[in-house]
Design a protein around this ligand. Structure first.
Ligand code: GLA
Length: 411
């Protein structure tokens, strides 16, 4: 039986002693408690990442400004904790192999301290290859050294992006031998995972290798907390929908500590309509996806802020059960997904993926297919209203819009 520290001390009759003066036994136990690594990513990580908006232009000031905005917009209090620097921060290695940041990031430790001072955590990016995707310095041959460097700066999250490892190692060392190439890839992620663990600092490990070799089957065992399931997202509805369709069948691989990652959010980017932003966000929460906003926070419009900070919708994503939604049925271009939530509640998403409203006309909700019996009392999470859902109820949704509801007591 595992018992918590105060309980175990109480069982041993040491609690009063522990409270007054720590004996060597109590000290030892207390330090063991402290040493036990806190579990990261028990719910899908939430935060912001620089790539989708700033890409290669990101600077130290952009990260600080974004951290400030996360606090002032209320995003931090809504759960967005990680501020993640993506590619293009890397400079050169010195003669001892220590990597330095480039001139856009004059002092990484000071930047990490600044982000931490806001009650936030900070993430960084690298590649197992010699170069990152944007051609900057990768970690090949310096994995332990880099992990120690991140820990010394106070880094809390690493996105590790395959990129040049493919030509430089996989194709070179195992030409025309796909299974051997995949083994090299898995070993590279395992190596960095071990290097991070050896630092003693809890650091979220995000695998970015675009879903190759059914990454969801092996990433949790080597300590991956999330893994990209696809290629890159773009701020276009067709691409977002394409990524959504690739998530079917992956639900059983998600759970506390380890998540499918259909890529970072594009909410507020490009020319997405309000309905598209709402649907994208809703479906990512249904998928128990990491919620890493990627927009220009200092210039965020109120309607985008309202989407990103909708607590009811965020609560779907962060539900402690960690059960990813399943696509139950479609009629024409209307998709119905459901997600089991804590205490027997469920979330239902009805998405009009078609290009006009008539693709839902006359869509009728089939509650029996969702194993629900009779009229259900639900909360519409975008209007905030309590509604009744009846068997065969006609529903009309605008193009690319969504009805997202929570039923606390399904019948
Ligand atoms: C890859 C990743 C992106 C981003 C870029 C940076 O394309 O999939 O998310 O990190 O590299 O170069």
């Amino acid at each position: 039986m595992r018992i918590s520290a105060p309980l175990s001390l109480a069982v041993l009759g040491l609690l009063p002693l522990f409270a007054i003066a720590q004996t060597p036994v109590a000290q030892q136990m207390a330090s063991q408690v402290q040493l036990a690594p806190p579990q990261v990513a028990q719910t899908p990580p939430m935060g912001w990442n620089s790539w989708n908006y700033f890409a290669g232009k990101v600077t130290d000031k952009d990260i600080r400004d974004s951290a400030d905005q996360i606090v002032s917009t209320g995003m931090r209090d809504a759960g967005y904790i990680y501020v993640n620097i993506d590619d293009t921060w890397e400079g050169e290695r010195d003669s001892t192999g220590v990597l330095h940041s480039n001139s856009k990031f004059p002092d990484m430790k000071a930047l990490a301290d600044y982000v931490h001072s806001k009650g936030l955590k900070i993430g960084i990016y690298s590649s197992p290859g010699p170069k990152t995707c944007a051609g900057f310095e990768g970690s090949l041959g310096h994995e332990e050294q880099d992990a120690q460097l991140y820990a010394s700066w106070g880094i809390d999250y690493l996105k590790y992006d395959l990129c040049s490892f493919i030509p430089a190692v996989m194709e070179k060392q195992a030409p025309n031998d796909k299974p051997a190439q995949m083994r090299l890839m898995v070993a590279a992620y395992d190596k960095m995972s071990k290097a991070l663990k050896a630092t003693g600092r809890p650091i979220v490990l995000s695998l970015c290798q675009y879903g190759w070799d059914s990454v969801w089957e092996w990433a949790p065992a080597l300590g991956g907390n999330l893994w990209r399931t696809t290629g890159d997202i773009e701020p276009k509805w067709d691409r977002i929908y394409d990524l959504l369709e690739q998530q079917s069948g992956l639900a059983s691989y998600a759970g506390p500590g380890h998540w499918n990652d259909p890529d970072m959010l594009e909410v507020g980017n490009g020319k997405l309509s309000l309905a598209e932003n709402r649907s994208h966000f809703s479906m990512w929460t249904m998928l128990a996806a990491p919620l890493l906003a990627g927009n220009d926070l200092p210039h965020m419009k109120p309607e985008i802020k309202a989407i990103l900070t909708n607590r009811d919708v965020i609560a779907i994503d962060q539900d402690p059960l960690g059960h990813q939604a399943r696509h139950v049925y479609s009629i024409g271009e209307v998709e119905v997904w459901t997600r089991e939530l804590k205490d027997g509640a469920i979330a239902i998403a009805i998405l009009n993926a078609g290009s006009d409203v008539y693709s839902t006309h006359p869509f009728r909700l089939n509650l029996a297919k969702l194993r629900l019996h009779g009229t259900q009392t639900a909360k519409d999470l975008w209007s905030g209203k309590v509604i009744q859902l009846t068997e065969n109820q006609p529903l009309e949704l605008g193009s690319h819009d969504i009805l997202l509801v929570r039923i606390d007591a399904p019948k």
